[in-house]
Design a protein around this ligand. Sequence first.
Ligand code: HEC
Length: 158
Amino acid sequence: MRIILALGIALLLTVGLGGCGNKSQQPAGSSAAPPAETTPPPAAAAFVPPADLDQGPRASAAPVDEALAAQGAQLFTSKTCATCHGFGKKIQCPDLKPVAGQRTEKWMIAQVMHPDVMTKQDPTSIQLMKQYTLQMPNMNLTEDQAKALVEYIKKNGK
Ligand code: HEC
């Protein structure tokens, strides 16, 4: 009688614990993944280029902020801009030398921060994408980083 009872309890414990272990693992794994994946798209889709983005004085009309340009010089290499762009030479992407004389500062900041949106919605960027048949990647830059890069492009421009 005692042996049967002991066996019964042992069996119940094994089944009970095994079941618990499996159940607690599965929901944790499946419920953690979706929120992480749904976060980036709304942020990326939030930028809409304003119609007046390229209206007003060209970026080169304002004096260069030397301190920001120095930060921009470092970012130009660390954020891989230099692998595609040069000044006074075309690598496989637009030559950046004339750009500050062609566009507004606002337009350049938008292009550097949201290249993926610009090539779909901004008329100038759409044209560039047709010409170069390559999408400039979004490097997730902050506005401060984009401003520093624009100062660097201004400094190396003409
Ligand atoms: C993989 C290559 C690539 C990288 C890396 C890249 N770009 Fe570009 N960039 C392009 C292409 C191609 C265009 C033209 C628009 C398009 O097709 O996406 C462009 C356009 C631009 C323009 C506008 C040029 C014009 O004629 O008005 C600026 C400014 C610019 N990039 C700056 C940057 C900066 C700053 C970085 C680094 C944060 C960078 N790019 C990284 C490929 C690249």
